[in-house]
Design a protein around this ligand. Structure first.
Ligand code: AMP
Length: 189
């Protein structure tokens, strides 16, 4: 699940995971859990997240790999917020290939920038996320998305695996669009 901050990746990934019986991994959620529990990893990543910067690839890839390995019997995964750099996309391909798997597809949620900012500001009232509450950090996250993450779309597009979905409307409407797209894309039986 791909898209800028505030595009609804987390909400939709969670709904799709329930719908299709897949394991949902949100790298942002895992990092926030580590920060809350004050683990060694949490202490390492906190400064990046609070500044709206990406956590370094080596740390992120190792964490993702560990999370996926915790679900050996999974019938599928939906990754939300990963990969966010070309290096992460390459590492994911290598990791999956080594286990006889591959990425079925990347779906980007398309939402106008003004709506993204509005959604993040509304979310900040309940998320308790410091990176949602500070307008400067929101701007930084959007900048990081455009410079470092947007190229990941091209990476999958070149392989014929990228799609863009209209990410506006009600949560239910967007889920419906996604379900229809995924069912036409992959064998979900
Ligand atoms: P998110 O919950 O997806 O908005 O992520 C919140 C923050 O966690 C991001 O702004 C980054 O600091 C960090 N983060 C989450 N996923 C990644 C990733 N794949 N690579 C690097 N940093 C990440």
């Amino acid at each position: 699940m791909f898209g800028p901050p505030g595009s609804g990746k987390g909400t939709q990934a969670s709904r799709l995971a329930s719908h299709f019986g897949w394991v949902h991994i949100s790298t942002g959620d895992v990092f926030r859990r580590h920060i809350k529990q004050q683990t060694e990893l949490g202490q390492k990543v906190q400064q990046y997240i609070e500044a709206g910067q990406l956590v370094p690839d080596t740390i992120t890839v190792a964490m993702l790999q560990e999370e996926m390995q915790r679900h050996p019997g999974a019938r599928g995964f939906i990754l939300d917020g990963f990969p966010r750099t070309i290096a992460q996309a390459e590492a994911l391909d290598d990791m999956l290939q080594a286990n006889g798997m591959e990425v079925d597809g990347l779906i980007a949620l398309d939402v106008p920038e003004s709506e993204l900012i509005e959604r993040i500001q509304i979310r900040s009232q309940t998320s308790g996320r410091a990176d949602d509450a500070d307008p400067k950090v929101i701007q930084e996250r959007l900048k990081v998305y455009h410079t470092q993450t947007a190229p990941v779309y091209e990476y999958y597009d070149r392989r014929g695996k990228a799609l863009t979905i209209d990410g506006t409307g009600t949560i239910e409407q967007i889920t419906q669009r996604l379900v229809e797209t995924i069912e036409s894309l992959v064998n979900t039986a």
